[in-house]
Design a protein around this ligand. Sequence first.
Ligand code: ATP
Length: 327
Amino acid sequence: MITVRGLARRFTLRGRTVDAVKGIDFDVAAGELVGFLGPNGAGKTTTLRMLTTLLRPTGGTGTVAGCDLLTDPQGVRRNIGYVPQGGSTWPESKVAEEIELQARLYGLSRAEARRRGALLAERLDLAGLDQRPAKTLSGGQRRRLDIALGLVHEPALVFLDEPTTGLDPQSRANLWDHVRRMRAEQGMTVFLTTHYLDEADALCDRILVTDDGTIVAEGTPEELKARVSGDAVTVEVADRATEAASLAERLTGAHEVTVTADTVRFRVPRGDVALPELLRVLDGHGITMTSVKVNRPTLDDVFLGLTGRSLRDGETAPQAVEAAHAA
Ligand SMILES: Nc1ncnc2c1ncn2[C@@H]1O[C@H](COP(=O)(O)OP(=O)(O)OP(=O)(O)O)[C@@H](O)[C@H]1O
């Protein structure tokens, strides 16, 4: 459904060049739900804008929904849906009007536009809101309307740019359910960008991890997390932390042991198996454990291992994107 090779985009602004996307290669199969995960400024939106023909690549080739990105951009546009980051609704327009207008823009008859509008409103939990102006909708309802607008022409492939940014946790989880259900019911391919780890983890079949214009890792959420070797154990002790660390080091499979003040950290293949053993050993040496935490590997650990930085650093400052787009 998507194939890109060496896709690149360089911006030149007042004599300064920015290589926002540095020649990336990837494929997306029909029916897949793929996440493009990376921190702010990694090049996600630039990639998405190239794939949706809103921005011409400065390098590389690609096929999207069966059409050549460079020689047949109109074909690409006909066959895809695109839900931009800020949405595209008019604040004063009513929900039903927005959906029908969008359908008419794709050349559908008035009757067909109404039929699809009603169907999408039903599927996206917007039924009963059809006469409400868009500006009166909640954040989650507005995002669902944005998605309805992107799906009105029943595309085989839909692009969602940061679909849940700005929503509260409950509305985010609700939107994930809708995306999953739409995918299951319509069998469409979904390509979404996100800088939320939990979103990529919960929603995506496969993740492309991106940083600084390149793809640094790719796989299912489980495959990516399996790259991090083991659970992270954090133990606080009342005293003698250095001695506790050397005892932890002797546990089967323990590695990456560090100690600071009263805290010992290490990784083991199975935290739940290591804990009783550690407790016994510490007890045997008269060291009191005051707290213990076991964390399963996260996608952030994967990113940290690959780049030495945390993905979470990019979870604030969505305004930077709007500024970049306005440029
Ligand atoms: N029109 C532009 N002119 C100059 N530089 C740009 C332009 N658009 C994007 N950039 C730069 O390209 C880089 C990638 O930006 P992009 O918006 O693609 O990142 P992103 O991963 O989508 O970030 P976010 O998570 O904030 O949306 C950034 O350094 C950005 O400042």
